[in-house]
Design a protein around this ligand. Structure first.
Ligand code: ADP
Ligand code: MG
Length: 551
């Protein structure tokens, strides 16, 4: 007698469930995906005991017709595709027709549903996949699914569930991905009655990012805007301890996309400390035939037809975004002891701590510094009511000189020199000076030919008068002629930088430090130098309390 036999439906259901359902997060994922596919605008998720006891998902989508309700619990029953050819253009999140039967097989489940056009709804109750009852019921339009006692009939799997806290954290992470994937849908999740996630469904991606990461964290992110690649990513000083801090959404599907994630990491290479990872969310909109969605049992990844092309596309999009903000090297590192595990949102909000770069508006508002002293002949230590600051003296000098020129010209920013120096130039240098003559004069220089290749410097921009030697002017001319474009703003930056360079590495007296602080405070943008580097870094007072364990 043969030994091979067909497994019964019940067993098949449990085996498949073992593959796809891991815990509350899988339940949330499948039910919310169904709600999204049903065209819902609002989705509410409730967890009891992290979902170990109960997961409830309520939506305001299209509902299920009475005749279809029982069918929806048959394996491979779906309204979303008709045959295999449709697999190449799936727009819905679900398509295999497996989630409802598979979840029902390993739980006690109740589904109540009503299409908007009908006066009443249908309710079905199942236990371990067996239908206990089905009938008409009064309920609002949309669908409510309750999944209770997950794995009650598969004891080893029940034991395999994590703690309520860990299950809730995972489920919240998954709900967050879906909220990011569909910013036009309002997704709420409450665990044990406490709201953990609430995306507004405004359709704006940044709103969804703020709902998942917190508004403060979201405001620090850099926009990626190179369609079909868009998103919000951490600048080089904002990063995470885990790879999973990067969410990738491909064609509306939140997936772990190794190709995309690898390209993002490439773009950040040399910008992040080792062991730290880029964070944020990236959306890709690709032609459906470029992406195979049917490659993973839980639809967690996709395959690209041309991974190399995607890699290049993503890398250049991210580099373009970082190019707008990135200093050459990270000037700041997150504390290494950021908590691992737990919900992603907790992890992300913590890693923003320690040194931060205060915004201009913030510091101008509280310009109240006491000079403590100088360190490394480079930084001035300042005390303020809200914490301790380090001022980069070079960057501060640069900002001050730059703004003086920008403000005062052309309204008389020239300082006439009592004893005009003679600038003896090489023929090439003289040609350069002639070429940039107009620009130099617009910036406040007064130059006169003085026989041969020499120039008489009658006046200089007041902001650099204290350093305007012949050598200084020669250095400025050389850099101006380096072919990197010349306009008045670049010249001002250059003058500011050359002046700051001459003042760098000097020991400062208390009076000089106080003057520098005061003058920086009088600028319009005291927070950065003329090239965008920070002038000030801060450790907040509360951060010090926390770090020293005083709270
Ligand atoms: P799939 O999502 O792959 O189609 P499911 O087993 O998850 O398979 O769902 C089966 C079918 O039940 C869906 O195709 C859909 O027609 C219907 N359905 C499930 N959940 C909902 C819902 N929340 N609102 C409307 N219809 C739903
Ligand atoms: Mg589904």
């Amino acid at each position: 007698m043969g030994k091979i036999r067909l497994l019964d439906r019940d067993t098949i259901g449990k085996i498949a469930a073992g593959e796809v359902v891991e815990g509350s997060a899988s339940v949330v994922k499948e039910l919310v995906e169904n709600a999204i596919d049903a065209g819902s605008r609002r989705i509410a998720i409730m967890l009891e005991e992290g979902g170990r006891e109960r997961v409830t998902v309520i939506d305001d989508g299209c509902g299920i017709e009475p005749d279809d309700v029982e069918l929806a619990f048959q394996r491979h029953a779906t309204s979303k595709i008709a045959d295999a050819s449709d697999l190449w253009a799936v727009k819905t999140l679900g398509f295999r027709g497996e989630a409802l039967p598979v979840l029902a097989a390993v739980s006690r489940m109740t589904l109540a549903t009503r299409p908007a056009g009908r006066a009443s709804g249908t309710e079905i109750r199942l236990e371990g996949g067996q239908v206990l009852g089905i009938g008409e019921v009064g309920c609002p339009p949309g669908t409510r699914v309750v999944v209770e006692d997950l794995f009650f009939n598969v004891p080893p799997r029940r034991l395999g569930l994590r703690s309520a806290r860990a299950e809730a954290a995972r489920a919240a992470e998954v709900a967050g991905w879906l909220a990011l994937a569909r910013p036009e849908v309002a997704v709420r999740l409450a665990s044990g009655g406490r709201e953990v996630l609430a995306s507004p469904g405004s359709g704006r991606r940044l709103d969804a990012v703020a709902a998942v990461l917190g508004a403060t964290e979201a405001s620090r992110l850099v926009e990626v805007c190179s369609p079909p690649v868009t998103g919000y990513l951490g600048p080089p000083n904002v990063h995470a301890s885990r790879r999973s801090a990067l969410t990738t959404v491909v064609n509306g599907r939140p997936v772990r996309d190794r190709v995309v994630a690898g390209a993002v990491e490439d773009a950040y290479r040399t910008l992040l400390p080792t062991g730290r990872f880029p964070m944020g969310t990236l959306w890709l909109e690709l032609p459906p035939e470029e992406v195979d969605v049917n490659v993973h049992p839980a639809k967690l990844t996709v395959a690209h037809r041309d991974p190399q092309a995607i890699r290049r596309l993503v890398r250049s999009a991210v580099e373009a975004a970082l190019g707008r903000v990135a200093p050459a090297r990270p000037f700041w590192s997150a504390p290494p002891e950021v908590a691992e595990g737990g919900a992603a949102y907790a992890d992300r909000s913590q890693q923003a701590a320690m040194w931060d770069q205060p915004a201009n508006a913030e510091i101008r508002h509280s310009w109240d510094f006491r000079v403590v002293g100088q360190v490394h002949r480079k930084y001035v230590v300042l005390e303020a009511p809200d914490g301790v600051y380090l001022m980069d003296q070079h960057a501060a000098h640069e900002r001050i000189a730059y703004e003086r020129m920008a403000e005062e010209n052309p309204g008389g920013g020239t300082q006439l020199l009592l004893i005009p120096p003679v600038l003896e130039l090489q023929p090439g240098e003289r040609a350069g000076a002639d070429e940039f003559r107009e620009l130099l004069e617009a910036a406040g220089f007064i130059l006169e030919p003085f026989g041969g290749n020499s120039l008489l410097v009658r006046g200089v921009p007041a902001a650099v008068a204290d350093v305007a030697s012949a050598d200084f002017l020669r250095a400025v001319l050389a850099r101006l002629g380096d072919g990197r474009g010349t306009d008045i703003d670049r010249l001002r930056r250059l003058l500011a930088a050359c002046r700051a360079a001459l003042k760098a590495g000097k020991e400062l007296t208390r009076e000089e430090m106080e003057a520098l602080t005061r003058e920086l405070g009088a600028t319009r943008r005291p927070g950065t130098c003329a090239h965008g580097r920070p002038t000030l870094l801060r450790i907040g007072g509360d951060e010090l309390e926390r770090r020293f364990g005083r709270t």
